[in-house]
Design a protein around this ligand. Structure first.
Ligand code: SDX
Length: 427
């Protein structure tokens, strides 16, 4: 396959390089196009545009493949844990047992929030959304640890391992501080004897005299974090890269990514799925009425569809079976799981969804497990952010290390052409 392409425009032709990736993906390199031809490309929503070369995650949307640093998501889900995958994403290799235990110790040591950060989170308005609280807490954390966020790229890279461990450690504590404030309970300090997920569940929900947390529940949460850990150039990760390209530190870049993730079409979908399933359940509809309204464009089947996957999202497949295990471990049944299954069954046989290649995505089943674990619906996207933090950090590091130019897309202007100021008296 030639690694050159020719673009003909008017009576001129322009030769373009063809970029070929390690998985044989191909891209026309248009980085010199405007300089050589005076024209730019246009791609609303970037559906056909590669913003970068990256080595972190590979997705084949047609085949439903997802790999972190070359390892298939199904194998990692079965054999690895979240903190191990954090190091894989951050460093590019699976850690040795010494590296993993050092990282676990570092994360455990960082889980105590600086007191002024805890006060900042607890001083936020009672009705603030947990995602807004998380973004604020991240920036406050950066302020409290200013030696880790200097906006001097070299310095921030030298301190990156500490910054990454601190952020991964602090996000659950920030989430727990916001939740405890909202429910009128005092903050519960981390317990170093717990693993990462057990500690988080304890910080969120534990009360004096509670029984120890069932390990299968923290395993279910660990799996959810692992499955959310990265997903190449999605909206929030591209936002993180955009901010990082300007030289901003990891705390600022991730605070921006948290805000991008909040949207209902992106990470906010897991909350929207549960609200959708609960509404269907309370309306007495078995799901077929809702499917009809989605086909008529009156509503969206939240948790379905994906810009890249034109096949079943491999994460949804894993989460669907994890639902059964989590509910069994909790000894609870979930009427909304039955509705979700029916929605999936009906949709996957309906031409509307088949023709548009709409399948369940990561958000379709994750909320059912989170609801069963006791998380309030409005914290679901916070959990997505905790899972996605290592991915965002890995992409921040990739931008910082490769020293890429600041991201600055072009546009096609469709506004008013030149006109002159009309004095106020004449308007
Ligand atoms: C995440 O990018 C990532 O990698 C994201 C993510 C990650 O890990 O970071 O995977 C996480 O964000 C998953 C997606 C979560 N969002 C939802 O579940 C919200 C519901 N899904 C849709 O809004 C939609 O499918 C998107 C946003 C996911 C994708 O949107 P696209 O690619 O812009 O597709 P589109 O909106 O142009 O839809 C194409 C067609 C349209 O119909 P027509 O105009 O052709 O007739 O499909 C229809 C849409 O109406 N359609 C749906 C639908 N999704 C698309 N119809 C009903 N229900 C849906 N869910």
């Amino acid at each position: 396959m030639s690694d050159k392409a020719t673009l003909t425009f008017g009576d001129s032709s322009f030769e373009l390089n063809v970029l070929i990736g390690t998985e044989n993906e191909k891209a026309l390199d248009v980085s010199q196009l405007r300089k050589n031809s005076g024209v730019i490309t246009y791609d609303d929503g970037y559906g056909n545009t590669g913003s970068c070369e990256s080595s972190v995650t590979f997705i084949d949307g047609d085949k439903g493949i997802l790999r972190y640093r070359g390892y298939d998501i199904a194998e990692l889900a079965e054999k690895a844990n979240f903190l191990e995958v954090c190091l894989l994403l951050l460093n590019g290799e699976l850690p040795t047992s010494a590296q993993l235990s050092n990282f676990q110790e570092k994360v455990s040591a960082f889980q105590n929030l600086p007191s002024e950060v805890l006060k900042a989170v607890e001083s936020l308005p009672a009705n603030i959304h947990p995602m807004a609280s998380l973004a604020t807490g991240l920036q406050a954390l950066g302020g409290a640890c200013s030696h880790l966020c200097t906006n001097d790229r070299q310095k921030d890279l030298e301190n990156f391992d500490d910054a990454a461990a601190l952020i991964i450690a602090a996000l659950p504590a920030l989430a727990a501080a916001s939740h405890r404030k909202k429910v009128g309970e005092s903050f519960k300090n981390p317990d170093k004897s717990h693993n990462y997920c057990t500690n988080f569940l304890s910080m969120m929900f534990a009360k004096e005299g509670d029984k120890p947390i069932n390990s299968s529940l923290s395993k279910a949460l660990d799996l959810i974090f692992l499955l959310h850990a990265d997903h190449e150039q999605n909206c929030s990760t591209s936002t993180c890269r955009m901010i990082a390209s300007g030289g901003a530190n990891p705390f600022a870049s991730l605070a921006g990514a948290v805000s991008a993730l909040w949207g209902p079409l992106h990470g906010g979908a897991n909350m929207a799925v549960i609200n959708m399933l609960n509404d269907i359940h309370s309306s007495g509809d078995d799901g077929s009425g809702f499917i009809q309204s989605a086909k008529e464009g009156k509503s969206r089947l939240m948790g379905f569809g994906h810009r890249v996957y034109r096949n079943y999202d491999p994460r949804a497949k894993i989460l669907k079976s994890a639902c059964d295990q989590a509910l069994e471990a909790l000894g609870v049944s979930s009427p909304i799981l039955d509705i979700a299954r029916r929605l999936e069954e009906v949709a996957l046989q309906d031409p509307y969804f088949i023709d548009r290649k709409l399948y369940p995505n990561v958000d379709f089943y994750s909320g059912i497990i989170l609801q069963a674990l006791g998380f309030p619906t409005n914290t679901f996207t916070v959990l997505f952010a905790i899972g996605r933090a290592p991915g965002w950090l890995a992409h921040w590091k990739e931008i910082a290390q490769t020293g890429k130019r600041i991201h600055r897309p072009r546009q096609i202007y469709q506004g008013s052409t030149l006109r002159y100021y009309e004095p106020l008296a004449n308007r």
